[in-house]
Unconditional design. Structure first.
Length: 411
């Protein structure tokens, strides 16, 4: 059940407007967000290429739920709650590593990579290790993008898989490697971080580095930007000839995927607009492919370019704190110093992330004010915020109504 604060905020909320103050500031609302959203929805973990070998693992913390994602000895991806079945100690305490077995550092209970308990000490004759495997977490990979779901019965993700695969498959994300990464903490509610990402209304005044390459138009038929609209028409013809899909998919309020061009003369998200790596991804031969822009609620967005992929993941840390992780990927065979330079490849989004951090934190300070009253979104420039907040309110309403389609084991 939702808290009284969340119920009151939902009743106060108006479609097409920013959310009421409590949604961005209140601890009880934050706990409801975790239960209604982050413990029930599919969450992006990171690129599958982080787990190339058996025993490779990564960990992440979803509010109070520590999770391990690993590759087992048969090459299969698995995910588990990072909690020993003895007395609950965390098993893997590093962000990433490799382990032939998962050994609890407390009392040395030991699990194989399928989660089976294989070693204990002094447990007596009546103890059956088969009754104490690690608790599994749902995991899937979509063309090399790893998602987990903490719900006992997860919501459907197949529509997203089917829609996004034709767009990102030509970039072959599984055949890439991480060459740069950044994790920052923004002193802002996770919804403000998402809202900031979902509009470019602020770009002209905040992101000069990004606008070297990025077109501000979010839809291919947006004729407010005459030059960009002309480029879009031209590139659409070229992408059709290459059999590369580009039209916006029908993701409703749940996800978005579209290929959009860069500004004329720009090939990549770099300070000069020139390619970030000499080696193109997959079997691509054309450097001027703009970017596939993909987003999925509640915690990830991506750019797939001809020579580079950039993944973004957010994880809420509290009502006014959010972790933002960014990774930059190039072809697995690209050579540093010859094909790419790390600083040049990452500098646009390093700058943009810092600017977005300042924007989100200023936004948090403003919505904390007792005088804050939610204003209307721009239907032209902030339609994706309208979609996001509609989806968010629906998540809370379904949770309050007792929707049992996706429930956590803890519930």
């Amino acid at each position: 059940m939702l808290s009284d604060t969340t119920r009151a905020a939902l009743a106060e909320s108006r479609p097409g407007h920013a959310l009421p103050r409590a949604f961005y500031t209140d601890q009880a609302v934050f706990e409801d967000d975790m239960n209604a959203v982050f413990y029930r929805e599919w969450l992006f973990v990171g690129p599958e290429c982080e787990l190339p070998e058996p025993g490779d693992y990564v960990t992440l913390q979803v509010h109070e739920a520590p999770v391990i994602v690993l590759r087992d000895n048969d090459g299969q991806l698995r995910a588990f709650h990072n909690s020993c079945r003895h007395r609950g100690s965390t098993l893997c305490q590093k962000e990433r590593g490799n382990a032939a077995r998962l050994v609890c550092p407390y009392h040395q209970w030991t699990y194989d990579l399928t989660g089976k308990l294989i070693v204990t000490r002094f447990m007596g004759g009546d103890f059956d290790p088969k009754d104490f495997p690690l608790k599994p977490v749902h995991v899937t990979s979509i063309e090399g993008l790893v998602y987990i779901c903490l719900a006992e019965t997860p919501p459907d993700i197949e529509n997203f898989r089917a829609a996004i695969t034709p767009y990102i498959a030509p970039h072959e994300p599984r055949k890439t490697k991480i060459v740069a990464e950044s994790t920052i903490v923004e002193e802002a509610n996770w919804k403000l971080v998402i809202e900031n990402n979902r509009e470019c209304y602020h770009c002209a005044g905040a992101h000069p580095e990004l606008l070297v390459s990025l077109v501000e138009m979010a839809l291919p038929n947006d004729q407010r930007f005459a030059d960009e609209f002309r480029i879009m028409e031209q590139k659409a013809r070229e992408w059709d000839a290459l059999n590369l899909p580009h039209a916006p998919v029908d993701g409703g309020v749940e996800f978005r995927c579209i290929r959009l061009p860069f500004r004329e003369g720009a090939y990549s998200m770099t300070m000069d607009g020139q390619p970030a790596s000499k080696k193109l991804l997959g079997e691509l031969t054309e450097p001027d492919l703009g970017s596939v822009r993909a987003f999925r609620v509640p915690n990830n967005w991506h750019h797939f370019l001809s020579e580079m992929i950039i993944h973004f993941r957010i994880l809420p840390l509290g009502p006014n704190r959010t972790e933002v992780r960014t990774v930059w990927m190039v072809h697995e065979d690209a050579i540093e110093g010859w094909d790419y330079d790390v600083d040049r490849l990452s500098e646009v989004w390093v700058a943009t992330n810092a600017q977005d951090k300042e924007l989100a934190e200023n936004n948090q300070k403003g919505v904390t004010s007792p005088s804050y009253t939610p204003g209307p979104y721009s239907e032209i420039s902030e339609f994706m915020l309208i979609n996001f907040t509609e989806w968010y309110r629906d998540c809370l309403s379904r949770y309050e109504a007792g929707d049992t389609e996706s429930r956590t084991a803890a519930e």
